[in-house]
Design a protein. Structure first.
Lengths: 497, 286
């Protein structure tokens, strides 16, 4: 593959679509970046610089063309205590460290660990994220005048009804219309409601390179490391999930490990230019694909336009009422939530539902998506082990003279089914000889071997001679180093029953 | 697919008929099986864009099914069209004397598909112009260059209508790749018995003369009537084309893309220029 050909395909194969979708995404990124800065407890300019920087850098370094990355809610939620207790400079340092960790993860090919994250965990993650984004809007809606409620309701009405208008509906982004109209109304009526400029400083210059003003010592590292690790994990998780969604939507493939490294580079750049850490955005990426964006160009355009708009129109951006932002963010949370998952609760097996619900509840309780995913993956693995443990059958035949019993073990023996295995033998039966045929069984771990030892000893204590046949075949799965099972017949071999 | 094939790339363009003819010719001469390939290229972002920028209940699921449906309809249609093209191509190569051409239809980008199939390819036959190309005779297909650059097999680029090659012009530059290519040609029945003319473009030095004469003798020993010539000229491509025109050659053999893409970007490539202007098919040796 030639360089020029790759460049053409990944950047310029869909120029018109990417320019338009980049514009749409840029407009949608502005309210999100401001809202997420407010969640994190920093000035809006931190989120806006971050969104610009991450979007532009990831356009070059990412592994999934057409995916949008910027400052995100998932990451902002993790920063709250760090910012509150130590201030912005520590957040910038944590962002840089988070990027370093992500690059490391990319080189260690941890992107492939995503295969352990089951679909129900992904659904739980997405739903929890949507709920958290929604909950983050509630402070803006408590203890305020009726004007704010009216504005928010009107905003939501515009966002969802405007696209239904024939002609203009599908050409002008409805969140933009919502923001413009509500800002105009609020200025015209001179309403005394909160605006973006009340929330902190907006950018008025291009971002400049700035080394985070923190002492470079072990104490600093100890403060930021836990946050950086959590951010690195959550950032990569959301990025990998979003990459999978974009893969599915566009029917193309992505380079997950390159994406890990790319996210790292983008976060380092963001931290050094005064922005917070970010990651891929599910909602924005869906909007991008829906608007026709397919290549790296769309993300690049989104980031650059965002910066130009914000720097040159910061006075106007400051006038946007918070109610308009809340309306946009409610839309984002509604669009992020997987509504199918609620309908599917009735059809899906209980274990799947439990995994999803556990993920959601842990996240909502801890505000940390990493914990939720950890619990979800753990539960899913346990349910799976439990299910596979059922694939064990022990049958037996008594010989004609009544002196010998032949047990045949079929299926999977491992930690989860070891007890069931031991319980399959009748030790009380007075016999001369017992034959245990393992040639159609599979011993997966040391627990299984231990259970077999126990069974043999128990029979011996009863004075019964034990013969074990087929142990070599059965235990081949323990000693394997994967390579053995790469042969085509390995799968039949494992089928066993 | 173990025996190396003559692979002909068929699309809906005007050049497909000539591609069939040249592929049939090569297949018969090489007594290698012929495969006709039609590649269904994926759609890049041609779906109607919805710029409303809002996402509502189940947007993701809806978008997925919407995009899948669009792709499905398009793919069905393309596959049907492809089948028709392949049928027409089969009829054509049967008429040319190839009894049993194999047919293949694959999804993916042309370059990637050819790369996957490369180990089975003995000779690749492509048309100069792709499906998307207009009617301008000298236009070169948008994917041709990357196909030639990625392949490590000889590529026969067809132009115009089929004319059974009789006189062959060999662009000789004494580079290792061309010398290796000549060895390959001598062992292959593809051009056996055809008259060959070795042309070297550049200064008439003793070294050049010696190398050229050596190559000519090699051909002669293999039983080929070969002539040789050195012509001065700064632009290799125009000298080659002039010679082809003067002596009514009907096939040009040359090495392809000896230089890096960067040099190509700066000073242009002889191969690209030849692809654009040649009036007869080119056999490009990699």
């Amino acid at each position: 593959m030639t360089v020029i050909e790759t460049l053409r395909r990944e950047w310029f194969s869909n120029v018109r679509g990417d320019l338009l979708s980049g514009l749409v995404v840029a407009l949608a990124l502005i309210p999100e970046a401001i809202a997420f800065s407010i969640i994190a407890g920093v000035d809006p300019k931190v989120g806006l610089y971050a969104s610009f920087c991450i979007a532009v850098v990831i356009a070059f370094t990412g592994g999934r063309p057409g995916m949008i990355s910027a400052a995100t809610g998932a990451m902002a939620l993790l920063m709250v205590t760090l910012v509150r207790e130590h201030g912005l400079e520590y957040l910038l340092a944590a962002s840089v460290l988070c990027g370093v960790l992500q690059i490391g993860a990319g080189y260690l090919r941890l992107g492939s660990l995503m295969r352990f994250v089951s679909r129900s965990v992904v659904t739980g993650f997405v739903n929890a994220l949507a709920i958290l984004i929604f909950m983050a809007q509630l402070p803006e809606l408590t203890g305020v005048t009726w004007h704010v409620y009216a504005m928010t309701a009107a905003g939501l009405g515009i966002i969802y009804l405007f696209p239904l208008l024939p002609g203009v509906g599908k050409v002008i982004p409805s969140p933009l219309v919502c923001i413009l109209l509500l800002t105009a109304v609020s200025i015209y009526l001179g309403l005394d409601i909160r605006t973006v400029s009340d929330m902190g400083e907006l950018p008025d210059t291009l971002p400049v390179f700035l080394w985070p003003d923190v002492p470079l010592n072990l104490d600093t590292l100890m403060i930021i490391l836990p946050y950086s690790v959590a951010m690195a994990v959550v950032g990569l998780l959301e990025s990998m999930m979003t990459a999978t969604i974009v893969d599915d939507l566009t029917d193309t493939s992505s380079d997950k490990n390159r994406e890990c490294k790319g996210q790292g580079v983008a976060n380092i750049a963001s931290g050094l230019l005064g922005g917070m850490a970010g990651c891929a955005m599910i909602g924005q990426s869906v909007i991008n694909v829906k608007s026709g964006g397919r290549t790296r160009l769309s993300c690049f355009v989104a980031g650059s336009v965002l910066l130009v708009l914000v720097v040159f129109a910061s006075d106007w951006v400051g006038q946007i009422p918070m109610a308009a932002l809340v309306a946009v963010m409610i839309m984002v949370s509604i669009g992020t939530f997987s509504w199918d998952s609620i309908r599917n609760l009735r059809h899906h097996p209980l274990s799947t539902n439990l995994v999803m619900l556990a993920t959601v509840s842990v996240v909502v309780a801890t505000h940390n998506l990493a914990y939720g995913v950890f619990v979800g993956v753990l539960l899913a693995a346990m349910f799976f082990a439990n299910k596979i443990g059922h694939y064990l059958h022990i049958g037996s035949v008594l010989s004609a003279d009544g002196e010998e019993r032949r047990y045949e073990v079929v299926g999977q023996v491992f930690f989860s089914s070891a007890d069931k295995f031991a319980a399959g033998f009748d030790f009380r039966e007075a016999l001369d000889r017992v034959v245990i045929d393992l040639s159609r069984a599979h011993f997966w771990d040391i627990t299984a071997v231990g259970a077999l030892d126990k069974v043999v000893i128990k029979f011996r204590r009863e004075g019964t001679a034990v013969e074990v046949i087929g142990l070599n075949e059965a235990s081949a799965t323990i000693v394997d180093r994967f390579g053995v099972h790469d042969k085509p017949d390995a799968v039949d071999h494992i089928g066993g029953h | 697919m173990n025996e190396p094939q003559v692979l002909a790339c068929i699309d809906g363009s005007a050049s497909s008929e000539a591609v069939c003819d040249y592929a049939a010719w090569a297949s018969l001469r090489l007594s290698a099986p012929l495969t006709l390939l039609h590649v269904l290229e994926p759609n890049v972002g041609a779906s109607p864009a919805d710029l409303s920028g809002s996402i509502g209940l189940g947007s993701r699921e809806h978008l997925l099914s919407e995009l899948a449906e669009l792709d499905e309809r398009r793919a069905r249609l393309l596959r049907e069209q492809g089948k028709l093209m392949l049928d027409a191509a089969t009829a054509r190569v049967r008429a040319d004397g190839v009894a049993e051409p194999a047919l293949r239809q694959r999804h993916g980008r042309l370059v990637d598909t050819l790369q996957e199939l490369e180990s089975d390819i003995r000779l690749l036959v492509v048309g100069r112009q792709g499906e998307a190309g207009g009617s301008a005779a000298s236009q070169v297909g948008s994917q041709l260059e990357s196909v030639i650059r990625t392949m490590h097999r000889p590529v026969l680029v067809s132009t115009g209508v089929f004319r059974s090659p009789q006189r062959v012009l060999v662009a000789f530059d004494n580079s290792p790749s061309v010398r290796k290519g000549l060895d390959l040609l001598l062992q292959s029945p593809l051009l056996a018995g055809l008259a060959m003319h070795l042309l070297m473009v550049g200064a008439d030095t003793a070294d050049a003369r010696e190398a050229l004469e050596f190559a000519r003798l090699q051909l002669q020993q293999a039983g080929v009537t070969a002539t040789a010539e050195i012509r001065a000229g700064a632009e290799v491509d125009s000298v080659l084309l002039a010679c082809q025109r003067e002596q009514a050659m009907d096939l040009i053999v040359m090495g392809a893309y000896g230089h890096s893409p960067i040099r190509r970007f700066l000073v242009g490539s002889t191969t690209t220029s030849m692809l654009r202007h040649a009036e007869c098919p080119l056999l490009l040796l990699r």
